[in-house]
Design a protein around this ligand. Structure first.
Ligand code: HT9
Ligand code: FE2
Length: 342
C-alpha cells in the first residue's frame, strides 16, 4: 500500500459555494427546490461555511501523527464526493505521485446506500475519471461497532450529561428513504442494515454508559414530502418527550463521525430551540472526529487490513464495506432508493 485516501462528503467554504455544492449533492435525486432553498439558508446562516472540511483536515492531521507514532509510512490524501478537494482531482494527483494502490477511509461508520455504497460509487467514478494508471483503491470496513468509536461516543455523552441529573438519552442519525433502508444490506439479508446498525451502535454506547432506556430517532430528512423517510424526526420526538414530562435530553448524533453542518443546524440550532421553547434541558454529545481514539481507530483499521487480522468489533454483525475499486459488498447490496422522476 502506498497511501491512504480520506474520502468524505465535502461542504462549502464560502457563500458562493453553497448553491453549487447543494446542486452536486442532490443532482438526479428528486429533492424539491423548496427544500434546497431552505437548506441554502441554513448554510448561509453560518456564513456559507460548513465545518466539515476543517474537521476533516484536523482529523487527518491527527491520523498522520498517529501513523508516524506507530511507524507506518503512508501519506494521506483528502478527497470529497460533493466539494473541493473533489475525489476525482485527488485520485488524479495520487496517480501523478506514483501511487499504485491505496486504502480508503470513508467518513461514515455504517452500511446502506448513502453511508456505504455511495462511497463505493465515488471510488469507481474517480478511478474512471483518471483512466489508465488510476490506483487500486481498497475501502476500509464499516466501524459503527468498533470499541474505539463506541467508547468515544460514550465519553462524549458523559461529558454532555454532566450538568443534568434527570435526562433522556436520544440518539440521532441521518434519515433516509424507507425504501433505501429496506434495500440496505445484501439482498439475501432482508434489508434494513442501516437502521439496524444505528440501533446496534446506540445499544453499545448505552451499554458502556450503563443506561437502560433511550431512544433512536432521525434527523435531516430531505426529499419530496410524499416519499416516506425513517421516523420519528428529532423535533417531533422532543414534543413527544415533553408530553411525557421528560425534563431534559442529551442528544447523541451516533449516525455521524463529525460535528458538521447537519449536526450544528438540525441539533444545536433547531432542536436546541425546540427544547428551549418546551422548557426542556438540552445537551449534545460531541462527535468523535476530534477524539484521539478516532485517529487510533483509523490506524487500527489500516493495520487490520494490512495484516489481514481479525476485526476488533463489539457486535455480531458481519464485517462489511471493505471492497476493491468501488465494488459493492455483494451483488445488489445497498441499492439506492427508487427516485421519483418529477
Ligand atoms: C445517511 C446519510 C449520511 C450519513 C453518512 C455520511 O456521513 O456520509 C449523510 C451525511 C451528510 N449529509 C450532508 C449534507 C446533505 N445531505 C443531503 C441530502 C441527503 N443526505 C442523505 C443521507 C445521508 N447524509 C440522503 C438520503 C439525502 C437526500 C439526497 C439523496 O438521496 O442523496 C443534502 C441535500 C439537502 C437536504 O438536506 O435536503 C445535504 C446538504 C453532510 C454534510 C454536512 C455539511 O456540509 O457539513 C453529511 C456529512
Ligand atoms: Fe445527507
Amino acid at each position: 500500500m502506498d497511501a491512504l485516501l480520506w474520502l468524505s462528503f465535502g461542504g462549502p467554504e464560502k457563500p458562493e459555494d453553497v448553491r453549487p455544492f447543494l446542486e452536486n449533492v442532490t443532482r438526479g435525486r428528486g429533492v424539491p427546490p423548496e427544500r434546497l432553498d431552505e437548506v441554502e439558508q441554513h448554510y448561509l446562516g453560518f456564513g456559507g461555511v460548513s465545518p466539515i472540511n476543517e474537521l476533516n483536515r484536523a482529523a487527518i492531521e491527527a491520523v498522520e501523527l498517529e501513523l508516524t507514532a506507530q511507524g507506518i509510512d503512508l501519506p494521506v490524501y483528502f478527497g470529497n464526493r460533493n466539494w473541493h478537494p473533489m475525489v476525482e482531482d485527488t485520485v488524479e494527483r495520487m496517480a501523478a505521485d506514483g501511487v499504485k494502490s491505496a486504502l480508503v477511509f470513508p467518513t461514515s461508520a455504517y452500511g446502506g446506500y448513502s453511508a456505504c455504497r455511495q462511497y463505493d460509487e465515488d471510488i469507481s467514478r474517480a478511478r474512471a475519471a483518471v483512466g489508465d494508471g488510476a490506483p487500486d483503491l481498497t475501502k476500509l470496513r464499516q466501524f459503527f461497532d468498533h470499541p474505539l468509536f463506541v467508547s468515544a461516543y460514550a465519553d462524549a455523552v458523559r461529558t454532555a450529561a454532566s450538568g443534568l441529573d434527570d435526562y433522556r438519552l436520544v440518539y440521532t442519525a441521518h434519515s433516509v428513504p424507507v425504501s433505501a433502508d429496506a434495500a440496505a444490506g445484501p439482498p439475501s439479508s432482508g434489508g434494513h442494515l442501516y437502521s439496524q446498525q444505528v440501533a446496534e451502535a446506540a445499544r453499545l454506547v448505552a451499554m458502556d454508559l450503563g443506561v437502560a432506556d433511550y431512544d433512536v430517532v432521525w434527523q435531516s430528512r430531505s426529499g419530496p414530502p410524499r416519499v416516506p423517510w425513517l421516523e420519528p424526526d428529532i423535533i417531533d420526538h422532543l414534543e413527544a418527550l415533553h408530553d411525557k414530562e421528560v425534563p431534559a435530553v442529551v442528544l447523541c448524533p451516533v449516525g455521524f463521525v463529525s460535528d458538521h453542518l447537519e449536526v450544528v443546524w438540525d441539533l444545536d440550532t433547531e432542536a436546541a430551540e425546540k427544547a428551549a421553547e418546551l422548557g426542556m434541558g438540552f445537551a449534545r454529545a460531541v462527535a468523535p472526529s476530534g477524539d484521539q481514539r478516532f485517529a487510533q481507530l483509523v490506524v487500527e483499521l489500516i493495520r487490520e487490513q494490512l495484516a489481514s487480522a481479525p476485526a476488533r468489533k463489539l457486535s455480531a454483525f458481519p464485517v462489511a464495506g471493505c471492497t476493491l475499486n468501488g465494488a459493492p459488498c455483494a451483488v445488489g447490496c445497498c441499492e439506492p432508493a427508487q427516485r421519483s422522476r418529477k
